[in-house]
Design a protein around this ligand. Structure first.
Ligand code: 57M
Length: 358
């Protein structure tokens, strides 16, 4: 919004010309989101406590989690508030992709909020049924990307990483594929969010990596030089990705071990959905599996565990998702968290290197 309000003022004061630059607006957007979270969490945490929105701890989990009972959850509401406010302030609002990401952010926040509210406020431990939740997520993302294909010329070919100029044309089936990527990423982040700071770390590294990829895709010279699809306007998504990193750091200040607040499904579902949407809108759908490799590993560990347990009665891991396996092996929680962060940074570097290894 400030781009549209301040740029015309450059006639009277040239300094306002600075809002033309994505780099400047990205720095400002990150700082805005960070400050909103840093300063508003203390009061928000108190409000969550007053409303008794504390986490229930399942008794079949690691014993170390029992002390966490009552930790305020649904803290993700403030993360998404910071992302939306900062994006609306600093991103160009005449770029349809900005509104598509915001639509998925708000829609998935709603799904997560209702799920958390049912589980915690209504003491209905099941929350929303898994099938209904997935159906809503698929519908929200499918409708958003479908509108993009229909009215905003979103390309329906999927580039193959590590291969120059190789892509798979999906036609309208692309909408279902994109909805699968977005919904899958949302639930993968949801599964990962099981230790203090474990999910928000890789969410931030993935968001920043998507920010670099969006900037490159939105610049015709870089896109040509790297032989990646040119996506006009994708640069504005860079401004949005850094709000995730800014809000994520502000949240991590309070979610770091031992956590004073959890994000809840209210945070994990939209954060994952936004990462999926950024991957789809910058045509890095397959590369996301590398960037978000920690989320993929967590989800695969659950699938392997459930399939093995159902078919043979035996567990592959001491407990799934895989972060619980290391807890059961006796690793301290902070050690697991920081090691998963390091792995997510390494995966981000591999993904960025893939642009040249083609
Ligand atoms: C999402 N939620 C955490 C918190 C967070 C199929 C099965 C793998 C599903 C899975 C499941 O229920 N996943 C739900 C993970 C929960 O965190 C809350 O949920 C939000 C994220 N959606 O924001 O509000 C617990 O995680 C801990 N936590 C922290 N710090 C944080 O910053 O310590 C979360 C955030 C919180 C807190 O203890 O209560 C979760 O783990 O439920 N189920 C599981 O993951 C269970 N695994 C399991 O059932 N494994 C079986 C299956 C696969 C056959 C097996 O291996 O044999 C584990 N989770 C729990 N107890 N809570 C183990 C049992």
């Amino acid at each position: 919004m400030l781009y549209h309000l301040l740029l015309p003022l450059k006639e009277s004061a040239f300094a306002f010309n600075v809002v033309r630059y994505i780099s400047f607006r990205s720095a400002a957007a990150m700082a805005t989101a960070l400050l909103i979270c840093l300063f508003l969490y203390p009061g928000f945490i108190k409000w969550l406590k007053r409303k008794k929105l504390g986490q229930e701890i399942r008794d079949d989990g690691p014993e170390t989690h029992l002390v966490k009972a009552g930790t305020p959850t649904m803290g993700g509401l403030l993360i998404l508030f910071a992302i939306c406010v900062s994006s609306l302030l600093w991103a160009r609002l005449d770029e349809p992709r900005v509104w598509m990401v915001l639509a998925i952010a708000v829609g998935f926040t709603g799904v997560g909020f209702v799920d958390d509210w049912n589980k915690i406020a209504k003491k209905n431990t099941k929350g929303l049924s898994g099938k209904l939740r997935l159906a809503l997520e698929f519908l929200i993302s499918g409708a958003t990307i479908g509108a993009g294909v229909l009215w905003f010329s979103i390309d329906t070919a999927v580039p193959v990483p590590f291969f120059k100029d190789v892509s798979i044309e999906l036609g309208w089936a692309y909408v279902a594929f994109a909805a699968f990527v977005i919904t899958g990423c949302a639930n993968a982040v949801n599964l990962t969010d099981g230790l203090d700071g474990l999910a928000i770390g890789p969410v931030m590294t993935s968001a920043l990596t998507m920010g670099v990829l969006a900037y490159l895709a939105g610049n015709v010279n870089f896109a040509e030089y790297l032989a990646i699809p040119y996506v006009a306007g994708a640069g504005e998504l860079t401004v949005m990705t850094v709000t995730i990193a800014g809000a994520g750091m502000g949240f991590l200040w309070y979610n770091a071990y031992p956590a004073s607040v959890f994000m809840g499904d209210t945070g994990s579902l939209p954060l994952g959905g936004i990462l999926g949407a950024l991957a789809v809108l910058t045509h890095n759908e397959i590369l996301l599996a590398i960037v978000g490799g920690v989320f993929v590993a967590e989800t695969l560990s659950v699938m392997i565990q459930v399939i093995s347990f159902k078919s043979t009665g035996k567990r592959v891991f001491l407990m799934a998702p895989i972060h619980h396996h290391y807890e059961k092996k006796g690793w301290e929680e902070p050690k697991i968290i920081v090691r998963f962060w390091i792995i997510s940074i390494l995966l981000a570097l591999v993904a960025l290197m893939s642009l040249k290894l083609r």
